[in-house]
Design a protein around this ligand. Structure first.
Ligand code: COA
Length: 229
């Protein structure tokens, strides 16, 4: 990778953001083997941020050296940070999932049947074991904002992630948010190390994610992390 620039999200970046979300959705690797339906996965993790709160999204654009004259191709988007100032505004993941389940008839698609039935079974098993229904967003006035961050492999390990976080934190300070949280897979040890390095701390215990499994078919968990401002 040559140079890159971090800039505010534009509507023309929407498909790139959705593609990166899917290409990095399994702890930085493609999630297709686990969740074969790209549109529902991208909607679950990007649609609010690109379509409702685009002013809180930033992209990383690679600046290629070999572009000339009028035949310039758009620069490649190699990562993004999507954010939400007030998590109370975000629609429930369950609502988005229902739209895909019923309007796009996902349960009738053979490729999705496995994870959907496994998710349903996990939800019931967890409800019985933990006496609680599905965990929704983390709503806490100490850290009302939240973020998602994903970089393509070629953008990682070069300080881009830290710069995106700094850009986001600056925006939160500008708008007066008292704090930010995020949720990551507890098994994503690299991401957790990164977030700890840039000022986040683990908050609460990891909780199981319905349907998600490691490649060894072990259950996966979500870990919340917080950063007061
Ligand atoms: C996680 C991710 C956003 C980090 O971005 P990055 O550009 O690779 O990280 P940076 O190069 O900016 O690293 C920032 C700091 O974190 C540290 N860090 C990053 N990964 C680390 C790791 N695995 N272990 C220890 N420290 C780590 C770096 O050493 C650096 O420290 P420094 O600034 O004090 O030198 C990026 O690697 C990524 O998108 N990964 C795949 C998708 C993903 O897991 N997203 C998070 C899902 S919630």
């Amino acid at each position: 990778m040559g140079d890159f620039v971090i800039r505010p999200y534009q509507s023309a970046d929407r498909q790139s953001v959705r593609n990166i979300c899917y290409e990095t959705g399994f702890m930085g690797e493609p999630v297709d083997w686990l969740w074969p339906d790209k549109e529902s996965f991208a909607d679950l993790f990007t649609i609010y941020y690109t379509d409702v709160e685009p002013e809180s999204a930033f992209v990383v654009e690679a600046i290629s050296d070999d572009r000339t004259g009028d035949s310039r191709q758009p620069n490649k988007i190699i990562g993004y940070l999507t954010g939400c100032i007030d998590t109370r505004k975000i629609p429930s993941h369950i609502d988005i999932a229902f739209k895909h389940l019923f309007m796009r008839a996902l349960p009738l698609r053979p490729s999705m049947a496995r994870i959907l039935w496994r998710s349903a079974r996990d939800i019931v098993v967890d409800a019985v074991a933990m006496h609680t229904l599905l965990q929704n967003e983390l709503i806490d006035p100490r850290w009302p904002s939240h973020l998602h961050i994903d970089l393509l492999p070629e953008a990682r390990g070069k300080g881009v992630g830290r710069m995106l976080i700094d850009t986001w934190i600056n925006r939160l300070v500008e708008v007066g948010s008292p704090g930010c949280h995020l949720r990551t897979l507890a098994e994503n040890h690299n991401a957790i190390k990164f977030f700890e390095t840039v000022g986040f701390s683990k908050w609460g215990d990891p909780t199981p994610v319905p349907g998600f499994r490691t490649r060894q078919l072990e259950r996966m968990h979500v870990q919340s992390m917080v950063r007061p401002l």
